[in-house]
Design a protein around this ligand. Sequence first.
Ligand code: CO
Length: 210
Amino acid sequence: MLAYEKLLLENKAWAKEQNETDPTFFKRLAAQQAPEFLWIGCSDSRVPADKITGTEPGEIFVHRNIANLVVNTDINLLSVLQYAVEVLKVKHIIVCGHYGCGGVKAAMTQHHFGIINHWLKNIKDIYRLHREEVDALPTEAERVDKLIELNVKEQVFNLAKTSIIQSAWKNEQRPHLHGWVYGLSDGIIKPVYEMAAGSHIDPLYEYDNL
Ligand code: CO
């Protein structure tokens, strides 16, 4: 059997089992989705949003990219964010990074990786802003982990700076923003930062006509 054929077989088995445990499962989900959470995570294959949080189909709206970045010119991320906030009306947005993130590691080197440099530059900027704090740590692994935590925090800030979030905070007192980091070696998620709906950031980002 070819490797990809196994995926299709597994899919059939999963659908059958799902149907047996809950005969209304597919009918219900096909009719609508009402997730409470938007997950912005790393594309890394070892960090599957639903598996590590024990959530079922329909519970989490997911966006993933390399190193879980919120970039204000990324039309893909912004479209997901707008839909999740304005249509699905999610109550929580979780930015979840992970220790040992290859994207963050790469951004800390001087190696040229091609087009991905443009993406990783966002992480280099965070490293530059926190260089003293990060470089004070004794080992490379600790420095990488620290930047991974700082990156998650910065992405929560980037969410808060968008007019999508500012507007929802002002008019609907949601969503709450969370910065988490998942541990590849123990499977545990560590919350590292939180921003309640309506939190104040620099007034420069608080638009007066939303
Ligand atoms: Co990663």
